[in-house]
Ligand binder design. Structure first.
Ligand SMILES: O=c1[nH]cc([C@@H]2O[C@H](COP(=O)(O)OP(=O)(O)OP(=O)(O)O)[C@@H](O)[C@H]2O)c(=O)[nH]1
Length: 590
């Protein structure tokens, strides 16, 4: 998600981060920026004594790093990127500039210098706008720095050496990483934390806003207040002081044009990112780049039997999306790709990606007829919703079905413990997880509640594949599997029914039917735990009916409203991991 409008401005440009620092890449990626990584070859050896202050040195180094990449890319491709970002982080203490230690002894002398004292961390940043004209590279450099003051505790020799032996100091300015073990050395921080980590995101956004919205407005299109001001236009070029055609029209008619529909255009474009992901997963790009040495685009193309040019574009898009990293040696997987996009990653979601790639979302099926017929588009009229992907997989090949189960298992594992502990469920002695698939949540519940017996109730064709997903270890005997269809068969008896991550895939009528069945099966005092609902204000609930969000979820308020109507009292909501909310309702007397 991109929160910052000014970051959105860069989404349609070719942006390059001239840095090998994984921290910088992470910070900018988390901010929603899409960029390629081309580490700078500039040697950080400018003569420090020539600079009036430590930050002046950091800014110049950042600028040289970025310019080196801009020039190299221009020479190589004869097309420079639109924007190159360079940064340099240093520590300044007692008039000295400390960079990355060259060896352990150097780390020791840096850290002992910082012990018990305050020092400043400066990150210099250069934003270089590039333009190729007649084979010549024009650059326009904007630069700034940010200072953060950091105070260290007194460090004992033992602690110092233990920290140095951890290996953490070696690639960090001043010899410590505040975001990791080095955080233990720090007593106080004044200023931007991310600046210490390597990139002052807040100042960076402000600087971009200065460049792209010079009059202080978020969106420059409704242009009245820009007259007489310079600045950068949508394409990063200098805006001239003369009014553009739009401005001329608006001054003639007296009407301002509406705000530029940036969000809408981003949506129109966003399918390209999904397409690239689908294609890379289908071609097994991430399996190919797993573990081994980085590969050049031509080598990847050779192994895939694809064109070098198309493969290069696909790989670069994956770099911009944060799934691959690119160095001089070639392309390799990021941690995210290794974990989630390889076939056998610890939390592989590749099966889910392939499922979505092969089954375009039903909403696109018959939209026109739904509009004409006046049918409620949320009730399956736009194409049948066939339930959770792992239940709807009868048309899949064996390999795809297993990949999908693995993805469902990964997703459940990611949040299972959060879900199990979102509420105190110790009053229940039996639970039934409806559509519980491989049992990942069931096992987490069993681990948390020693007296809870959990039955996973799912279709026979799903359960026949779950043996390979069962964990070893204590309490596994508390979990059992029962084949059945929760729309057709009687629900197994239980004190607590669990409905996790399945409702979003069913139309409203089916959701109503399933929850009514649960309400009938649930004894007074029994519970219903409902997982994967979106947050939403209570007031909207009645008006919304069971309306879904764009992602398919319905809001917690909507479900709470429905549960109360079905006879559940005391419906409470709690966080259940990064995204989903969980609801727990208690069945009242009928
Ligand atoms: O608390 C932390 N302080 C600093 C860092 C990391 O330290 C390095 C600083 O080095 P530099 O600015 O020269 O950047 P490089 O890593 O060499 O990458 P470039 O290719 O951009 O030159 C930087 O990585 C900080 O992130 C830290 O992690 N924690």
């Amino acid at each position: 998600m991109v929160l910052c409008p000014v970051i959105r401005k860069l989404l349609h440009k070719r942006v390059v981060l001239a840095s090998a620092s994984p921290r910088r890449q992470e910070i900018l990626r988390q901010a929603g920026l899409r960029f390629e990584v081309v580490p700078s070859r500039f040697k950080e050896m400018l003569p420090k004594a020539l600079f009036p202050s430590p930050p002046a040195y950091a800014v110049e180094t950042a600028k040289q790093k970025a310019l080196e990449v801009a020039r190299r890319m221009h020479q190589k491709d004869l097309r420079a990127p639109d924007v190159v970002i360079g940064a340099d982080t240093i520590v300044a203490v007692g008039g000295l500039i400390l960079e990355k230690p060259v060896d352990k002894q150097d780390a020791y002398s840096m850290l002992s210098r910082l012990s018990g004292k305050e020092h400043s961390v400066f990150t210099g940043v250069a934003i270089v706008h590039c333009c190729s004209r007649d084979g010549r590279l024009d650059t326009d450099v904007s630069e700034f720095y940010e200072e953060t003051r950091v105070r260290f505790s007194e460090l004992s020799e033992d602690l110092l050496w233990e920290y140095i032996d951890s290996g953490e100091p070696m690639d960090k300015a001043g010899g410590y990483g505040i975001q990791a073990l080095g955080g233990m050395l720090v007593e106080q921080v004044h200023g931007d934390f991310l600046n210490v980590v390597g990139f002052p995101l807040n100042r960076f956004c402000k600087k971009l806003a200065e460049l792209y919205y010079p009059s202080g407005r978020e969106d420059p299109r409704p242009a009245q207040s820009h007259q007489g001001r310079g600045g950068r236009d949508e394409d990063g070029g200098e805006r001239t002081q003369a009014a553009g055609p739009e401005e001329a029209v608006s001054s003639r008619t007296g009407h301002s044009p509406p705000p530029f529909p940036t969000g809408l255009l981003e949506l129109v474009d966003s399918f390209k990112a999904s397409k690239a992901l689908f294609t890379a997963c289908k071609l097994k790009v991430f399996d190919l780049l797993k573990d081994g040495a980085p590969l050049k685009a031509v080598d990847v193309a050779g192994k895939l039997g694809a064109s070098a040019c198309g493969t290069g574009r696909l790989l670069d898009t994956c770099v911009a999306l944060g799934f691959l990293q690119k160095t001089d040696r070639g392309y390799s997987n990021t941690e995210t790709a290794n974990l989630h996009l390889t076939s056998d990653g610890a939390y592989s979601l590749r099966g889910l990606v392939l499922h979505h790639s092969d089954h375009p979302w039903d909403l696109s099926a018959r939209p026109e007829s739904a509009g004409r017929d006046g049918v409620d588009p949320h009730d399956g009229a736009l194409g049948e919703r066939t339930g959770p992907p792992c239940q709807a997989s009868c048309t899949h090949s064996e390999e795809t079905r297993l990949g999908l189960l693995r993805a469902m298992h990964s997703l459940a594992k990611l949040t299972a413990r959060h879900v199990a502990t979102a509420f105190d469920l110790s009053r229940f002695s039996s639970a039934c997880d409806l559509g519980g698939c491989t049992g990942a949540l069931a096992h987490a519940l069993a681990r948390e509640y020693p007296r809870l017996r959990v039955t996973v109730f799912d279709l026979p064709e799903v359960l026949q594949h779950v043996a390979g997903f069962q964990p070893d270890g204590p309490r596994t005997e508390q979990v059992s599997f029962l084949p059945g269809d929760f729309f057709e068969d009687s629900l197994p008896e239980a004190d607590l029914y669990v409905v996790s991550r399945i409702l979003r895939d069913w139309p409203d009528g089916k959701v109503h039917e399933l929850l009514s069945r649960v309400a009938r099966a649930c004894k007074p005092g029994g519970g219903l735990l409902l997982v994967d609902v979106a947050a939403g204000p209570e007031a909207e609930a009645e008006a919304e009916g069971l309306r879904r969000r764009a992602g398919g979820e319905r809001s917690a308020a909507v479900y709470a409203h429905l549960l109360r109507r079905l006879g559940f009292a005391d419906v409470r909501a709690a966080g259940a991991g990064v995204r989903p909310l969980a609801l727990l309702g208690t069945r009242g007397a009928p």
